[in-house]
Each structure stands twice: as C-alpha cells, then as structure tokens.
Design a protein around this ligand. Structure first.
Ligand code: NAP
Length: 461
C-alpha cells in the first residue's frame, strides 16, 4: 500500500499521511460521482449555487484550524490568515454570474422555429491541485463546476494532503451531497490509470509543466477535455514614466510573497535605464524588511519554502547565475533563519542575462532578477524571450502605450500598474508552456460545460 506523506517545511517532520487508494477503490469513487451527477444537474441552478456558497461559508468557520494547518503543510505565515479573501471573492463572483453564463443563447424564437444553444454539464470533473495556493487554485474550478451541474473529484498535492479532505468536509457539512463532491488520495500511477480509462469528462490540472505533460499523455486518445494551468516566468516592465515607489512595492511583493511560490509571481524585471539605479536600491531595501522565520510565529512575514527540494532549486539557480557573473545584492546576514534548507532569504540579482537559467526557468522562490533596458522594443523582446506566458506587469501612466505593448506580449494577462492578482471577472489563462484553456469568468463556465444545439421546427399546419 502506498502512503502519501506531507513533510512539514517548518521542521521536516511528517505532518500528515494518508493511504493512497488502489485503482479498484478509486474506480468506485468515480462510479459514485457518475451516478450522483444526473440528479445533481437536475436541481435548480440557484439551489446548486446556494449549496456551494454554504460550503464556502462553512470552510470560513474553520479558519482557526485552516490557517495553522496551512502553515504546517506549506509554510505560509499565519499572519496572512490563509486564503480566505481570494477564495471568497472568487466563489461569490462566479455565483453572481452563473445564471447569465449558463443561460441558453437564443438564436430564434418564432412561429416557425426555436433555435438555441444550451450549456450542459460535462459530467464528472477531476481537479488535480497544487500546494502553492491550495484553496484558491482548487476553488477556481470546483465552485463553477459544481454550480454548472457537474460532480467533482479532487486529488490534492501531497504537500497539502489535508486540503481536499477539509474542503469536502466543509461542503458536506453544508449540505452538498456526499457523492457530488469527493476527495481522493492517489499516487501518480493510479491517477494516470484512471485518466487513461476515460473515467472523467473534464480534467483541470494546475501544476508544473512536467506534471501537465504527464496528464496530457495519460489522457491521449480518450478525448477527455483538459484545462492545463502550468508554470510561469512572469515579467515586469517599468517604463520611464512609472510611479517608482508603487512599482517597487507591487513588483517586489509579487516576486516574494508566499516565498515567491506564486504561479503569477514576478520572476524577472526590466527597468528603463533612467529609473534603474533607484529601482534596484529601493527593491533591495524593500525585501530586506522581511522577517524570515517560523510561519507559526505572528511576527514572521516570510515563511520557509514548502519543501527543501524546492529551496534547493532556488539556491542552485542563484549560484549558477552568480558563477556566470550575476551580483546578489541582499546581505544574507540580515536573515539568520536561512538554514541552507527550506528557509531561504529573499534575493535580488543584477547583472543577469537570458543565458542564465535563473532568467529562463521557473524559479518559484523569493528571488528576482532585474535588468536595465533602453526602449519598449528591447523590453518586449526580453519579455517574449520565454517558453512561458501567464501574466506581464507594465508600469506606466500611459494606458494607450500599455495597450499597444500588451498586444505584442505573448501572455495570458496584461496588467498595468498592478501584478500577481486573479480577477475572477477575467479569464485566467496562459500561452506557450503555461498551458491551455481558461478558468474563472464567463469563459470558465463555458469550459466546464458543453454546448448542445436545439433546432426545433414547428409544424404549423
Ligand atoms: P506539480 O508537482 O506538477 O503538482 C501539481 C499536482 O499534480 C499535485 O496534486 C501533484 O500530486 C499532481 N501531479 C504531478 N505530477 C503528476 C503525475 N505525473 N501524475 C499524477 N499527478 C501528478 O506542481 P506543484 O509543485 O504542486 O505546483 C507548483 C507549480 O504549479 C508551479 O509550476 C506553478 O507555476 C504551477 N501553478 C500554476 C498555476 C496557474 O494558474 N497557471 C497556479 C498555481 C500553480 P503530488 O503532489 O502527489 O505529486
């Protein structure tokens, strides 16, 4: 029997473990989800929406357990209070648009014809979730999928093994029927085997590019629709007319919050030469204010990374860049909690270039590279010199210029004067190796349903 373990980044102890389900038992879970789906979809939309919102509310009541449990699982400092703000905002927003997003598209209603396109739930939706924002990333699919009449099975990351279990408990206590939303503990082989047997009608995978490739391979030939929300290397570009302090504040927060473990975290910054020196100086001062330490301590503002193997990647990328000529500007002595393991001091690198892995591969840690640029053309070519494309953050007072540059950037979202935020009214999507599909917004509902056309000719004689 395979046991899935969460090793806490706080102290390297085993915080939680659960036995992985064998294939036969996992298939039973899927069978129950299939059986429950038709009657769930027949309930009025408003009833499904309200049950989901009650589940969200029930989870909010668990805040005192959720917040320290998150800190133990993935290291987020308790002072940030979990993920409730975004979790609630997204759930509430999709609830307000559900009726319109799922309404039939009426083409004709006349004495002769009724022609319309209705939206129908896919069936069983499988959510494979990552540990970095374990509640927020999962709710992006779970809330609209359930509202649209799908049943949902969630498999959470080993690092945040308790999150799926807790969400299901909250929803079930709120009245969502047991088989409509189920948690499942699975190893990779069983996950792939289930997918290959066409167990699901839609799969949302949020995680690494390599993980996404495995899921796509497992699904090959089954025609199962996939939403793939994968890695990023998001750029910021600070133009000469930018509000410097606001740019430093938002971009450095975007680069380092959650120990830099954000899919849309800022990983590389290009600054116009006229602001470069000031931007670098202020950025180093900004990150030097962090207090790195035990996330259970309310004074801690920067926790450990989720696992020491993730920290090892960050350290290796920085070391490689420095060996190739980069300069690391943050004094490590300011961060005595940096233990060479999961606790990583923030870092700002200059004299970097795109020959370095640090500027090309996802770092997913509290470190960022800053380069000087002379023009929009140079910044654009550097921003697009990446295999990823999730968001890009432009800093200027000129919205027209941002729009013009934005149209040339290979990315899913263009921000002006903000970064690292998911607006639930907009489609969350990526290009290139960042994946395909889109969640949240009206488009998220469309992706979690399929169109069904009605072409009804009336007999008038
Ligand atoms: P990950 O290692 O790919 O894991 C994501 C999920 O997929 C986990 O539940 C994991 O389970 C599972 N998984 C991975 N490989 C699998 C396989 N071969 N077969 C079956 N299941 C598999 O990613 P992560 O480290 O959790 O998350 C960080 C990554 O997610 C970063 O690259 C980040 O950019 C990306 N991300 C993207 C977005 C976005 O919106 N684009 C949002 C958040 C995160 P186990 O944990 O049990 O291995």
């Amino acid at each position: 029997m395979t046991v899935i373990q969460c090793i806490s980044p706080i102290d390297g102890s085993v915080f939680a473990e659960r036995p992985a389900l064998p294939l036969d038992a996992a298939r039973d879970v899927v069978a129950r989800a299939k059986k429950a789906q038709k009657s769930w979809a027949k309930r009025p939309l408003e009833e499904r929406v309200q049950l989901v919102l009650k589940g969200v509310a029930r989870l909010n009541e668990m805040v005192d357990e959720v917040v320290p449990e998150l800190a133990w699982q993935m290291g987020r400092p308790v002072r940030y209070g979990g993920e409730f703000r975004g979790f609630n905002e997204r759930s509430n927003y999709v609830a307000t648009i559900a009726a319109d997003a799922l309404a039939p598209l009426i083409i004709e209603e006349s004495g002769s014809f009724e022609r319309r396109i209705e939206r129908e739930a896919h069936g069983v939706v499988f959510v494979i979730a990552p540990w970095n924002y374990p509640y927020m990333t999962a709710i992006n699919t779970i809330a609209p999928a359930l509202m649209a009449g799908n049943t949902v099975i969630i498999k959470h990351a080993s690092q945040t093994i308790l999150v799926g279990e807790r969400m299901v408990r909250a929803f079930s206590e709120a009245g969502v029927p047991e088989d409509v939303f189920q948690n499942i503990f699975l190893d990779h082989a069983t996950t792939s085997a289930l997918i290959a047997k066409k167990s699901f009608d839609f799969i949302n995978f949020t995680g690494s590019v390599e993980g996404g490739r495995s899921i796509e391979r497992a699904a090959a030939g089954t025609f199962t629709p996939l939403g793939l929300e994968l890695g990023g290397k998001d750029p910021g570009y600070v133009m000469e007319d930018a509000d410097l302090d606001a740019a430093v504040d938002t971009l450095m927060d975007g680069a380092t919050f959650n120990s830099g473990q954000c899919c849309c975290g800022i990983e590389r910054i290009y600054v116009h030469e006229s602001l470069y020196d000031a931007f670098v100086e202020k950025s180093v001062a900004w990150v030097s204010n962090y207090k790195l330490g035990n996330p259970l301590d309310t004074e801690t503002t920067l926790g450990p990374m989720a696992h020491k193997r993730f920290a090892a990647t960050v350290r290796a990328q920085i070391a490689d860049a420095v060996a190739k000529g980069a300069k690391a500007l943050v004094n490590p002595k300011l961060f005595p909690a940096d233990d060479g393991g999961a606790y990583v001091a923030p870092q700002v690198l200059v004299d970097v270039d795109h020959s370095m892995e640090f500027m090309r591969e996802e770092t997913f840690g509290p470190a960022v590279g800053i380069m000087k640029v002379k023009s929009d053309e140079e910044a654009l070519s550097l921003m697009n010199d990446s295999k990823y494309g999730l968001t890009a953050s432009l800093w200027t007072k000129d919205a027209e210029r941002a729009g013009r540059i934005g149209r040339e950037i290979e990315t899913g979202t263009v921000f002006m004067n903000r970064a690292d935020y998911l607006d639930p009214a907009l489609c969350w999507t990526g290009v290139k190796e960042t994946g395909r599909g889109g969640s949240l917004s009206v488009i998220g509902f469309q992706n979690l349903t399929r169109p069904k056309s009605y072409h009804l000719k009336k007999v008038t004689a």
